[in-house]
Design a protein. Structure first.
Length: 555
């Protein structure tokens, strides 16, 4: 009989002492190096499931008998990095040679898979451990952290060329809800492991997650008087540490005093640096794991931080694009019963779906009024923060998002993390339009490939009354029509994991998949994209799907 899975600590760190972290993911992401380094940092033991599959391939090839997998064990010798597999007590040679070819395919054999899982569980026993390799998350479904490492195809190819990944490409375990998609990017194992260790400590309840909110402010005393108490209420109801930073960019009113009274850490800039400079100055003093950029006129709901943070749990490279609703003139309480005007991004997403990856340019919706990024990812992917050569209104936020996109950012549009925008005059004056066009020029001069942005000009031009959604279609190419044959609709009631159905549909050649989620969970967009990259799995809230019937984008 196979031994049962050993108990693992619950997320609060209660219960039995054994904790397991699993690391799965694509070949070429350096997962073995990360597993070994993370285990060393934590003082845990570690093992590689892939090494066992290689052992199975070698031994079965030599014995000609699949039953011999039952006699493969991890040995005690760990000097060369990890435990070495043995067969009937003897070390197995040639684990990285031709006899190990096709090792990954052994995982398709249920007997081999069960033997490998049993040996890994035996090896872990009652120890805290990092377990790396194919199916690690399935062997330990209650692990404190189940990681799926990811790196761009170019990066992975480079590792292969450099001989860092000598083996043939390995199969990948499908993603499931509850797995954390982790972008390795081009970052060192050392950097990666530092951040992973923080995550493990949060998962074990040894460390609280933290979030910083950065608010650039210029003559914002009245708005901040309304905004800060709501942020304080959201912070009080949140189980993470919250830091509120207001950057006073040379205001001529008592913005700084109001911010300090409201409990914010105030950074006062002597000379004005504009929106980008103010946000960058704020970023410098942040301490949170996640940074939210918020405008000084955005009223948030009590679960604002929890909603932002939730979406950073599923991937380290998520850009959470928080929604925005416009308050009517004179209304300062979003709960006063009036219907708030949705901003035009929601009208767009009704058509493209709430998976922003269905847009050709998802970064173009990442407005600085309410957006959050994992600080580690932000600092590595875009160490210079906002480009301060963008002056006046517009595009500095999309430009930062564009650079994050270049590092593989994933996108989650969250209506649950919305803010209500206090009314003020937003007329696109000729002066503001001229400033926006100057920023557009800077953008396109810096990033030639973004020149399609010029197609947005008519939508911003105050002398032309054109529909923004139509203009955006011209810029983005328009959504794939949803009425093509082969659209497979996956409806998700309650808390089910829809990813297996999505992956099956994609594997079986579905032309398009529409995921209709009654729970309206933005994290599904992030994971669906990670599970079926580039396939643009469409995501709709159940109510939207019904409201937009026959289906969004049809015709
Ligand atoms: N010169 C400036 N320097 C620093 N921060 C500024 C400056 N002007 C405005 N801000 C701040 O930048 C944020 C965005 O201001 P902006 O004027 O773009 O807001 P908005 O009018 O609400 O924009 P939108 O209508 O696009 O939402 C606010 O927090 C505001 O206080
Ligand atoms: N950070 C921002 C905010 C808004 N815009 C533009 C894009 C549209 O032209 C318009 C949308 O406004 P709304 O739907 O909120 O009324 O504002 C931008 O470019 N960058």
């Amino acid at each position: 009989m196979r031994p049962a899975e050993p108990p693992v600590a619950d997320r609060a760190g209660n219960g039995p002492p054994t904790s397991v972290v699993t690391i799965d993911g694509a070949a070429g992401t350096g997962r073995t190096a990360v597993a070994a380094a993370l285990a060393a940092r934590l003082g845990w033991r570690w093992c590689s499931i892939d090494e066992l599959y290689r052992a199975c391939a070698v031994v079965c090839r030599r014995t000609g008998d699949r039953a011999s997998v039952d006699d493969i064990r991890f040995g005690a010798d760990r000097t060369s990095g990890g435990p070495r597999p043995t067969y009937r007590g003897q070390r197995i040679d040639g684990l990285h040679g031709p006899d190990a070819a096709g090792a990954g395919s052994f995982a398709d054999d249920p007997r081999v898979r069960a033997a490998v899982a049993a040996e890994v569980r035996r090896f872990v026993g009652s120890h805290d451990a990092v377990v790396e390799g194919l199916g690690a998350g399935q062997v330990f479904p209650r692990a404190v952290l189940r990681l799926h490492l990811w790196a761009s195809p170019a990066r992975r190819a480079r590792r292969h060329r450099a001989g860092l990944e000598p083996d043939a490409p390995r199969p990948e375990t499908p993603l499931r809800l509850g797995t954390v998609a982790w972008n390795r990017g081009s970052w060192s194992s050392h950097d990666t492991v530092s951040r992973l260790r923080d995550r493990v400590n949060v998962a074990l309840g040894r460390r609280r997650r933290s979030v910083s909110v950065v608010i650039p402010a210029r003559c914002s005393r009245d708005a901040l008087g309304l905004v800060l108490p709501r942020l304080a209420a959201a912070a009080a109801g949140c189980d993470s540490e919250v830091q509120i930073v207001v950057v006073d960019d040379g205001s001529t009113d008592d913005t700084a005093a109001v911010a300090a009274t409201g409990g914010a850490r105030v950074v006062s800039l002597g000379a004005s640096r504009g929106r980008s400079g103010a946000r960058n100055a704020g970023l410098q003093v942040t301490t949170g794991d996640v940074v939210v950029f918020l405008d000084s006129d955005m009223l948030v709901e009590p679960d604002f931080f929890a909603e932002h943070l939730r979406l950073h749990e599923v991937a380290n490279d998520t850009v959470v694009v928080g929604g925005r609703r416009h308050l009517p003139p004179g209304v300062t309480d979003p709960a006063d019963g009036r219907v708030l005007r949705r901003d035009s991004r929601e009208a767009l997403l009704d058509v493209y779906s709430y998976n922003m990856a269905c847009l050709a340019h998802p970064w173009s919706l990442a407005y600085g009024c309410n957006v959050s990024v994992d600080r580690w990812f932000l600092e590595r992917a875009a160490p210079t923060g906002f480009d301060e050569s963008f002056v006046g209104w517009g595009l500095e936020d999309q430009e930062l998002a564009y650079r994050l996109a270049g590092h593989g950012a994933r996108w989650a549009y969250s209506r649950a993390a919305s803010g209500a925008h206090l009314h003020h005059d937003r007329t696109m004056t000729a002066e503001r339009f001229a400033g926006w066009k100057a920023n557009l020029r800077r953008f396109v001069d810096t990033h030639e490939e973004a020149s399609a942005l010029e197609r947005l000009v008519p939508g911003m031009d105050p002398s032309r009354a054109v529909d923004y959604v139509d203009v955006y279609r011209g810029f983005d190419g328009g959504p794939a029509t949803a009425d093509e044959a082969g659209l497979l609709v996956v409806r998700v009631p309650g808390s089910d994991d829809p990813l297996p159905a999505v992956q099956d549909a994609v594997a079986n050649g579905a032309g398009a998949v529409a995921l209709v989620d009654e729970g309206d969970r933005a994290e599904l967009a992030v994971l669906a994209e990670a599970a079926a990259p580039g396939r643009g799995v469409r995501l709709y809230g159940g109510a939207d799907w019904d409201r937009l019937s026959p289906h969004p984008g049809a015709g």
